[in-house]
Design a protein around this ligand. Structure first.
Ligand code: DGJ
Length: 534
């Protein structure tokens, strides 16, 4: 049991954003966004993430134009969507692609990172105060514009500061100035923080390098020193922007991360100095104005997906996924984030690509879209039961047939739909035909009372067996009942959903054949609510 910090709120009430992020260049005007809005509808999303480009809002230095923000707010409001703008400023995927031309064409003023070979790369140096000031001015102007337009309505529920910051290309800036910093003493306040936090990767690196109290960066952190120094520099740069922005309009601020855990192991293959797991603690210490550091999770393999969840879901870091796959295994793995790791919001990337030119859902995105719709229906339950230990994740891993769960006083056996599996009564979906062509199961089982459960997702079915009392003798009839999976013992089984007020509305009642063989759920059945007799 732990408290889930609900960073996202609307009028003071917890809000669970679920939806899509648009492609990088879909935010220039409203007409580009039409397909994304359509896709959001198909997904059942309640929120959208759209970039705001520094190059667009400040085309000439000091001249700001927020027409695009007006359009965006109008587009979201007319559809009842909440918005998270993504500030594409100094960094976009460890590069400077969305900075204005007056920045790009003045490299002497807005200094770039120098690669080890001596040439500059298209990444602004975090050590250039002129760049930081210019970005802060633009970001502050954006926050002012948001405040003027949205302080009342609160369409904007958070702002992402920069996008996947870091240096793409090398571990640190190799300019003479930065190299001198690299060979100077590590700031003592950083050493003090590292020393005070054992069991962090940054502490481990420090210990491996000899746990020195004084020393330059490589002496203090060993072979990853370039990345550590860059993280120190970038975290402070971003936090200064967030502080300035919050002073103008106080909404939650986030950073997203290009993860360094995939195939890319050397900093610079992924943006060096971004908040990857090994420097996440350092970022948390140095960014008090950032509410969430959020991983962009595209991992298809469950092991990597879980690794990423585990590292970013921390007491001091509410778990939020701002980007994930719009097709493939994310249809299943997302339930680990929602059910096991208490994600407080979830988005897939490139949402408009889920539809084809005719606006129809592409077959390869169907499962993800269905999972999002399931998640949307479950939001009232997520808001209420995350952190209580009452939400159980169902995910059918490859070749798996079922899952055993301990749910309160019950043992639950989850069987995945599988055409090879014999069904005791011949069918799984009494109202929808045969068991052929099933997707892999995914979803949630949520215990809302001693004997009450909600099922979301599918296709799977569950049988519940009450754990015998510790001193109970297993009589032959109890044993028989424990073995008998077909024995339905429900007071109530309903299909339905929650209305806008959060009240449960049953749409269909099950009994007889429909409750024999376990409690089944399918992505199209809506939520299933069941009360056991005992
Ligand atoms: C992560 C970035 O943050 C997005 O802007 C986009 O480039 C995606 N990757 C593409 O997969």
């Amino acid at each position: 049991m732990h408290t889930v910090r609900r960073v996202f709120r609307v009028n003071g009430e917890p809000f669970f954003p679920l939806g899509g992020q648009v492609h990088n260049s879909s935010g220039y005007n409203l007409s580009e966004l039409q397909q994304a809005f359509k896709a959001l509808e198909v997904l059942g999303g309640n929120a959208i993430e759209v970039p705001i480009y520094w190059s667009q809002i400040e085309p000439e230095e000091g001249r700001f134009d927020f027409a695009v923000l007006d359009e965006l707010l109008e587009g979201c409001r007319s559809r009842g969507l909440r918005l998270i703008p993504l500030w594409f400023g100094t960094w976009k995927n460890g590069q400077m692609e969305y900075t204005p031309n007056w920045v790009k064409t003045a490299p002497d003023r807005f200094r770039r990172v120098v690669a080890p070979a001596g040439f500059t790369i298209p990444v602004l140096s975090s050590q250039c105060e002129e760049s930081r000031r210019a970005d802060e001015r633009a970001f502050s102007a954006l926050m002012q514009a948001i405040r003027e337009r949205d302080a009342e309505e609160q369409t904007i529920i958070a702002v992402q500061v920069e996008n996947e910051p870091g240096i793409l290309g090398c571990d640190r800036d190799y300019s003479a100035e930065s190299t001198a910093t690299f060979h100077s003493a590590v700031p003592s306040e950083l050493i003090a923080l590292v020393a005070a936090h054992p069991d962090t990767p940054v502490h481990t690196a420090w210990k491996e390098a000899g746990a020195r109290e004084g020393g330059n960066w490589p002496e203090t952190f060993g072979w990853r020193a370039g990345e550590f120094m860059t993280a120190w520099q970038i975290a402070r740069y971003i936090d200064s922007l967030a502080a300035a922005g919050k002073a103008i309009h106080n909404v939650p601020m986030t950073i997203n991360v290009w993860l360094g855990e995939g195939g890319h192991r050397l900093a610079g293959d992924y943006p060096s100095g971004g908040a990857v797991t090994r420097v996440l603690d350092l970022f948390k210490w140095l960014t008090p104005h950032i509410d969430i550091i959020a991983p962009d999770i595209y991992s298809a393999a469950t092991e990597s997906y879980l690794f990423e969840c585990r590292h970013y879901a921390r007491e001091d870091n509410p778990f939020f996924v701002p980007e994930s796959g719009s097709r493939g295994p994310n249809a299943r793995t997302m339930f680990y984030a929602l059910g096991t790791f208490d994600a407080i919001g979830y988005f897939c990337f490139g949402v408009e690509s889920m539809l084809d030119e005719e606006g129809m859902l592409r077959p390869e995105s169907r499962e993800v879209a269905e999972s999002f719709r399931v998640a949307r229906e479950a939001i009232p339950l997520l808001l209420k039961y995350q952190g209580t230990g009452r939400i159980h994740t169902v995910v059918q891993e490859e070749h798996a047939m079922g899952q055993y769960l301990e749910v309160g006083d019950y043992l639950a056996f989850v069987r995945y739909a599988d055409s090879d599996m014999p069904y005791p009564r011949g069918y799984l979906y009494p109202r929808r035909g045969g068991p052929e062509g099933f997707d892999r199961a995914r979803g949630l089982i949520i215990q809302t009372g001693e004997r009450e459960f909600y099922l979301a997702g599918g296709p799977f079915r569950v049988t519940f067996k009450r754990k015998p009392a510790p001193d109970a003798e297993l009589t032959p009839s109890m044993a028989a009942s424990l073995m008998n999976e077909d024995l339905p013992d429900f007071c109530l089984v309903e299909e339905g959903g929650f209305d806008a007020q959060g009240d449960w509305k049953a749409r269909h009642w099950r009994n007889g054949d429909e409750i024999t063989g376990g409690l089944w759920v399918d992505v199209r059945s809506g939520l299933v609510r069941a009360q056991l007799t005992a």
